[in-house]
Design a protein around this ligand. Structure first.
Ligand code: FES
Length: 367
C-alpha cells in the first residue's frame, strides 16, 4: 500500500478489504507489514529500487523482492499487486533480466509498456517510484529457456522482447558461443534495448540481431523467416509477441516444416483451451453456486471464474492466469479440469482455482 494514501482512499480500501474476504486470516491482511510475505496468497513484499525510461511509453522497474522470494527461470513472469484509489489490482509481467543477475544482486527487472486504454499501466510510472512498495507472486510460466541450446531462433514482437531478453542474457552468461538469431518486429517504433543487441553481436560470435519494422517491411512472412534463418529446421524457436503475430508465426513455421516440438511460445492471457483428452463432450452441465443459490450452464468453453462472473456471484480474482490464488474457492462436488496443470480433479470436496478450472460435469461451489 502506498504511503501517500489519502484518508478517503484509505477508508475505501479498508472497507473493501474488510468486506471481501472468505477466511478469518484474510481479515488481518490489511494490517500485515509490507515486508512480511502474505502466506495464504504466497505474496512477497517488494521494494522499487529505481526506474529507467526505455522509451516514452516503456519503463523498466528495478525491484528488490523479500529474501524468501524463490527466484525464477529465464522466460517466466510474476503477477504484481498494486493499489489504485483504494482498490487492489493484479497484472502479470515477464521478468526482463537474467536469473543470474538476481542471484548476484537480489534485484529483478520488469519492463512494462503503458497500454493507453489500460487501468493500471498508465498509472505505474507515478505509482512505482524509488522506495515504493508492492507485492509480487513467485515466478510462474512454462515458456522457459533450457540451460543450453546449440542453435536457436528468437522471434519477438514489441514488448514481447522482455522474456526473450531474459533468456538471451542467461545464455550469454552461461555460454557465449551459442548460435542465436533474433528477429525483432516493431511497428514504426524504435526497438527496445537496441544498444544491447549491438553489444551482444560484439560479444557473442554467433549472435545475429535483425530489427524489422513492419510498417516498411510488412508483417511476418515465410520467405522472410527463411531468408534470415535458412537453417530454420535445425533450431529451437522461442517466440513472444502480440497474439495475431504469434498465431501467424506459428502457422508459418509449421508450414515450413518445423517440428512442433521445436516451437516454444508465450501463452499468458490466452483463452481457456480444453484439450480433446480432457473429457468434455460439449453437453451443457450445471454449475451451482451454493452461497448465492445461483446456477448457470456450461458447455465447456468458459472457466469457472467466467461462469461465476456471468452468474453475478462476485468471485474474488486477480491475475486470471492461475498465479495469484485470489480466486481459490471450495468445490463441494463435481469433476473439473485444470488448464494449467492439465489435471482432472477428484469428484469430492477440495479447493480449486476458478480461473483455470473448467467443469466437466455438474459442479457445486461454495460461492
Ligand atoms: S485469479 Fe489469480 S489464480 Fe485465479
Amino acid at each position: 500500500m502506498s504511503r501517500s494514501l489519502s484518508a478517503k482512499s484509505m477508508s475505501s480500501w479498508l472497507s473493501q478489504a474488510l468486506t471481501n474476504q472468505r477466511r478469518w486470516g484474510d481479515y488481518l491482511a490489511p494490517f500485515r507489514p509490507w515486508w512480511q510475505p502474505q502466506k495464504s496468497a504466497n505474496l512477497h513484499g517488494t521494494r522499487v529500487v529505481s526506474v529507467r525510461a526505455e522509451s516514452d511509453r516503456v519503463h523498466t522497474y528495478v525491484l528488490q523482492p523479500d529474501r524468501r522470494w524463490p527466484g525464477f527461470v529465464a522466460g517466466q513472469h510474476v503477477a504484481v499487486q498494486v493499489e489504485l484509489n483504494g482498490r487492489l489490482y493484479w497484472r502479470t509481467f515477464s521478468l526482463s533480466q537474467a536469473p543470474s543477475h538476481w542471484q548476484q544482486t537480489g534485484l529483478i527487472e520488469l519492463t512494462i509498456q503503458t497500454q493507453p486504454q489500460g487501468t493500471v499501466t498508465p498509472q505505474l510510472p507515478t505509482l512505482l517510484t524509488a522506495g515504493s512498495r508492492l507485492r509480487i507472486t513467485p515466478a510462474h510460466g512454462r515458456f522457459t529457456a533450457p540451460k543450453t541450446t546449440a542453435k536457436a531462433l528468437m522471434i519477438a514482437g514489441g514488448s514481447g522482447i522482455t522474456p526473450i531478453r531474459s533468456m538471451l542474457q542467461q545464455w550469454v552468461h552461461q555460454n557465449p558461443t551459442h548460435d542465436i538469431t533474433l528477429l525483432y518486429y516493431n511497428a514504426g517504433r524504435e526497438p527496445l534495448f537496441k544498444a544491447e543487441w549491438s553489444a551482444l553481436e560484439q560479444s557473442m560470435p554467433h549472435f545475429r540481431a535483425v530489427m524489422i519494422d513492419t510498417e516498411t517491411s510488412g508483417l511476418i512472412q515465410p520467405q522472410q523467416l527463411l531468408s534470415h534463418c535458412p537453417d530454420l529446421s535445425q533450431r529451437e524457436v522461442f517466440m513472444c509477441g502480440p497474439a495475431g503475430m504469434m498465431q501467424a508465426a506459428h502457422e508459418q513455421l509449421l508450414g515450413l516444416g518445423l517440428d512442433p516440438a521445436q516451437l516454444h511460445q508465450e501463452s499468458f492471457g490466452q483463452a481457456a483451451v480444453i484439450p480433446a483428452n480432457a473429457g468434455h463432450d460439449g453437453e451443457p452441465v450445471s454449475v451451482h453456486f451454493s452461497q448465492s443459490n445461483k446456477s448457470i450452464n456450461s458447455t465447456g468453453s468458459h472457466t469457472l471464474l467466467q461462469l461465476a462472473e456471468q452468474a453475478d456471484t462476485l468471485p474474488n480474482s486477480g491475475c486470471r492466469a492461475g498465479i495469484c490464488h485470489q480466486c481459490k474457492c471450495r468445490k463441494t462436488k463435481g469433476l473439473v479440469y485444470n488448464t494449467l496443470t492439465q489435471q482432472h480433479s477428484d469428484t469430492g470436496p477440495e479447493d480449486i482455482q476458478l480461473c483455470v478450472s473448467i467443469p466437466l460435469g455438474p459442479v457445486s461451489l461454495e460461492l
